[in-house]
Design a binder for this molecule. Structure first.
Ligand code: PEP
Length: 262
């Protein structure tokens, strides 16, 4: 369902989606404790989708902990087959069955440490959609790309190849997270203007692929977003939410970012 929100002085047809990415952090007990606190802090928030990405081991308890609230749960990865001889992997069917709603895909840590290619990420996007969940596709340039003037080109390639063979109808249910790699976990944030420029370029790529559906697609910013800089970033016309690592580990700081998106 599409709601409208005010961005600056313009009405915007996109939802705001604030998602946490816990990465390889939190035991089940820690996950449930944080989510219980978060639920209370954001219970009156409307017009913002609130998502927490948790490690596989905590997902089942996390889904139960947020039941009946306005917080939803994401997985941080998936294998693009529904079942079979893939020792150690987890399928979209398994995630869907326990109530996971979103899956973070193509995070720069997975691209770098696990050598995930755009082609493999594209398979995952399709598998997640086929299982009825929402992919959050992460894209972003490295520092050397930005310094060499290749930011637009790198993001375009990751978007086009990550979303290869996706229809406009399917694209409505896909979230893009623009995460400049140099800003992840470094404390360096893109300036709101710099982020807006790249978000706009990404939306142009989406327009060329999906036409007017691109105006409905959520593009989150990620990279050292925190309570102190969230409002300014989220006020940009093409920034429709955030993907938050470090500041999502504590309920109080994550809730402040959610409130900044209202
Ligand atoms: C992330 O890992 O998606 C992220 C944006 O991390 P951080 O907020 O810690 O920079």
């Amino acid at each position: 369902e599409i709601t409208t929100r005010l961005v600056g002085s313009e009405m915007c047809i996109r939802d705001s989606v604030i998602a946490g990415n816990w990465k390889m952090n939190k035991t089940n007990a820690e996950a449930v404790e944080m989510l219980t606190e978060l639920k209370g802090l954001v219970k009156d928030v409307e017009g913002v989708k609130i998502v927490i990405g948790a490690p596989f081991t905590a997902l089942s308890d996390a889904v139960k902990a947020v039941e009946g609230s306005n917080v939803e749960i994401a997985a941080e990865n998936v294998y693009p087959k529904s079942s079979g001889a893939y020792t150690g992997e987890v399928s979209p069917t398994m995630l869907k069955a326990i109530g996971v709603k979103y899956v973070i895909l193509g995070h720069s840590e997975r691209r770098e440490y696990f050598k995930e290619s755009n082609e493999f990420i594209n398979e995952k996007v399709k598998a997640v959609l086929a299982a009825g969940m929402t992919p959050i596709l992460c894209v972003g340039e490295k520092l050397e790309d930005r310094e060499a003037g290749r930011t637009a080109e790198v993001n375009e390639t990751q978007v086009r190849e990550g979303l290869k063979d996706i229809t406009a109808e399917e694209a409505k249910n896909i979230i893009i997270a623009y995460e400049p790699v140099w800003a992840i976990g470094t404390g360096k944030t893109a300036t709101p203007e710099m982020a807006q420029e790249t978000h706009k370029e990404i939306r142009e790529v989406l327009k060329s692929m999906f036409g007017t559906v691109a105006d409905e697609m959520v593009i989150q910013y990620g990279g050292s977003m925190k309570p102190e800089n969230a409002a300014e970033l989220l006020a940009q016309a093409d920034i429709d939410g955030g993907l938050i690592g470090g500041a999502s580990l504590e309920a109080a700081s994550f809730a402040k970012i959610v409130l900044a998106a209202k």
